[in-house]
Design a protein around this ligand. Structure first.
Ligand code: OAD
Length: 251
């Protein structure tokens, strides 16, 4: 596919693929929330620019300096309070309503897909708004009222941790199993706004391809998936996704 191929026929092609598909899986990453003002991780202005993930997003970092790790996550929660779903999130929520065989898999922890109206979201990297007790495992959803104090467990009083998956940790088994199953059995997989560098989430595109799915990527930058995608749309997802879902019609 030529890099400068005009956009409209590609958008129409993806709409056509989705129209004919019974099972659709969509994998999203930080880029789908970029137009909501949520920083991505990699690249210019990304969260990992000038920060070391191993000091902020690993169990070892939390064990050695929980306050430093919590400062990072509380700051991200404060940023998120000002963010709303964008037209890309809303288009995926519409797609779910139009296509019963649609499964949304996200690496994002920001909750914006749910806010946009998506009902079934497989959040393989967890949820930044959950406080999970480090002693008894009890989970509580932050109200967002106090985003300065390090959360403690409401039941046993022990230190809580953010309910996200850190580097070196297992993904939640049940959610991951459902994600793999959706990828293996889909007719079309949309890969949206992810650098496709972080495993095992990045392997879902390979799982889908191995199962015979057509792969469509939406990302303004090239990724390891781009050259293997059947359709690659070099455009922000907040523009491409609404155009694709509008093109599906109401039938
Ligand atoms: P990255 O920051 O690695 O990649 C974001 C991708 O979004 C890049 O490929 C951008 O080109 C693309 N992008 C930027 N703006 C976009 C837009 N408007 N529309 C569409 N795409 C756009 O984020 P992820 O791939 O999600 O994990 O990162 C994967 C994981 O690495 C995260 O879940 C997080 C991170 O470290 C953990 O914290 C465990």
């Amino acid at each position: 596919m030529a890099a400068n191929e005009p956009l409209l026929p590609l958008l129409e092609r993806v709409a056509e693929l989705l129209r004919g598909a019974e099972r659709i899986a969509c994998l999203t990453g930080a880029g789908v929330s970029a137009e909501s003002g949520v920083p991505t991780f990699r690249g210019v202005g990304g969260l990992w620019e000038g920060r070391r993930p191993e000091t902020l997003a690993t169990p070892e970092a939390f064990a050695s300096d929980p306050e430093e790790v919590w400062r990072f996550y509380l700051w991200r929660r404060r940023l998120l309070l000002a963010c709303k779903p964008n037209p890309g999130h809303c288009a995926l929520a519409r797609l779910e309503r139009q296509k019963p065989g649609f499964t949304l898999i996200t690496q994002n922890v920001d909750g914006l897909h749910l806010q946009a109206g998506s009902r079934r979201v497989l959040a393989v990297h967890g949820d930044i708004w959950i406080d999970r007790c480090t002693r008894c495992g009890r989970e509580a959803r932050s109200t967002g009222e106090d985003l300065e104090t390090i959360p403690r467990c409401g039941a046993c009083g022990a230190l809580a941790r953010p309910g996200v998956v850190w580097f070196g940790e297992m993904l939640p088994t049940d959610v991951w199993t459902q994600a793999e199953r959706a990828a293996a059995s889909c007719d079309v997989m949309l890969v949206v706004g992810t650098s496709s560098l972080v495993y095992p989430a990045a392997s879902l595109a390979d799982v889908a391809r191995a199962g015979g799915a057509t792969i469509a990527e939406i990302n303004p930058e090239a990724t390891p998936v781009t050259s293997q995608a059947d359709v690659a749309i070099s455009s922000p997802s907040g523009q491409a996704l609404p155009a694709i879902v509008d093109g599906l019609g109401t039938s």
